[in-house]
Design a protein around this ligand. Structure first.
Ligand code: G3I
Length: 376
């Protein structure tokens, strides 16, 4: 009996071991449900994929975890802007961006810097408007030079790429925006100064001009103004290496079946023809004029995104793709009055919903990453 029982026991043990081995070989249900991270799909083609993180969302462990899973780059949504790092003249505040950089380094992520000078008067520190610039350009030049120097020195090599100047062109006219610095230094001279000081203080960094010109027909003057600025900077030998395409798309083409991307391609051809790289710096899809129904809306957002990304990522000079938030509740579009939907429903502009569930937009981004050519 004992021998018989022993033999049965050994047989049962053998069959359990076989089935355990078989289970171990199966991809776990969990792994099957988890698609390849977007950063991996991007890296396979030489592109970085990232997210803009606002400090209030950075404090959410779930938001940090999702960002770390999908991204290998972050940019501070607001915390490196002049009004945030120097709220009062001579009073500096770096603790929040420093905390975010420390986390990013721990997660093996790179950090973009946004933005040394956001050109419109309303986005410069309030105290700049009241500042005593005296007569002539000297004090304006010193204030600008000191700011760019201080911020570049503070963040040093923790920042691999800077939006040196953001939104210097009036979208309606294509003319240079006017602010306290352009009045005293001249628009292009001021912009050139910012790039030259950034290069002196952060010689390692990629220096970017960033703006929201879009692919739509009514953005023609904006595109032309940006091209004019870039041509002038290149002619002066200013150290600008890339154009940041903010890519806040969707608002005016939601009903559009197939975008007319001819003008957009012509624009990107002109920019890359100057030897500049491209970055998609602030990607999201405004669903303001899409239907209320979530399935239809998410499908529409995904289609508009794929349309835009397939063209823009077809340029191997496009080096980075960053979303401006990764889950819907973190989007600036929830509070920007121009983005408010008539039905007052929350916008759904990002790859994940407010419960961190992936949406069709995430799959559209993944599909565009898989379809795009490899960067050199
Ligand atoms: O941190 C303060 C908080 O203490 C205060 O209680 C609260 C209410 O006043 O304001 C908070 O600051 C807000 C900040 O976002 C952080 O939430 C500012 O008022 C608000 O103006 C700021 O909006 C940001 C906006 O730029 C202006 O800086 C948006 O989050 C940000 O998404 C948006 O991003 C810009 C890019 O920098 C440039 N491209 C366009 C893009 C969208 O506008």
């Amino acid at each position: 009996m004992i021998r018989h029982d022993r033999r049965n026991a050994l047989a049962r043990l053998a069959s359990v071991a076989t089935s355990l081995a078989a289970c171990a070989a199966l991809p776990s249900a969990n792994a099957a449900a988890k698609p390849a991270p977007l950063k991996d799909l991007a890296a396979a083609k030489g592109l970085r994929f990232g997210n803009a993180v606002g400090y209030q969302y950075f404090k959410d462990p779930a938001y940090r975890a999702l960002t770390a899973r999908e991204c290998n780059v972050i940019v501070a949504e607001n915390e490196m802007k002049w009004p945030f790092v120097e709220p009062k003249p001579g009073q500096y505040a770096y603790s929040q961006p420093d905390e975010m950089i420390a986390w990013a380094r721990k997660e093996g992520m790179q950090v973009r810097g946004h933005t040394l000078v956001w050109q419109p008067e309303k986005w410069l520190p309030e105290w700049v408007a009241k500042y005593d610039f005296g007569q002539g350009p000297a004090k304006a030049e010193k204030l600008l030079r000191d700011h760019v120097t201080r911020v570049c020195q503070h963040f040093g090599k923790n920042v691999y790429s800077w939006d040196v100047v953001n939104e210097a062109i009036e979208p309606e006219t294509g003319e240079y925006r006017v602010n306290e610095f352009t009045k005293r230094l001249g628009a292009v001279d001021q912009i050139e100064l910012a790039f030259r000081v950034a290069h002196e203080q952060a010689p390692h960094a990629q220096l970017v001009y960033n703006d929201f010109m879009g692919e739509e027909a009514d953005n023609a003057k904006h595109r032309a103004g940006v091209l004019k600025l870039l041509q002038e900077l290149k002619k002066r030998g200013a150290p600008v290496q890339a154009l940041g395409l903010q890519s806040h798309i969707g608002s005016s083409n939601n009903g559009r079946q197939k975008a007319d991307m001819r003008e957009w391609r012509k624009f990107l051809d002109e920019v890359t023809g100057m030897g500049l790289d491209l970055l998609i710096t602030e990607f999201d899809v405004n669903d303001k004029s899409m239907p209320a129904d979530i399935r239809q809306r998410d499908a529409g957002v995904a289609a508009v995104a794929k349309d835009y990304l397939d063209v823009t990522l077809s340029y191997p000079q496009t080096r980075d793709l960053l979303v401006w938030g990764i889950a819907d509740h973190a989007s600036w579009l929830q509070t920007w009055e121009d983005a408010a939907r008539k039905d007052k429903l929350a916008q759904r502009p990002l790859p994940y919903d407010a419960s961190f569930k992936a949406k069709p937009l995430r799959e559209a981004i993944a599909a565009s990453l898989k379809a795009m050519p490899k960067r050199s």
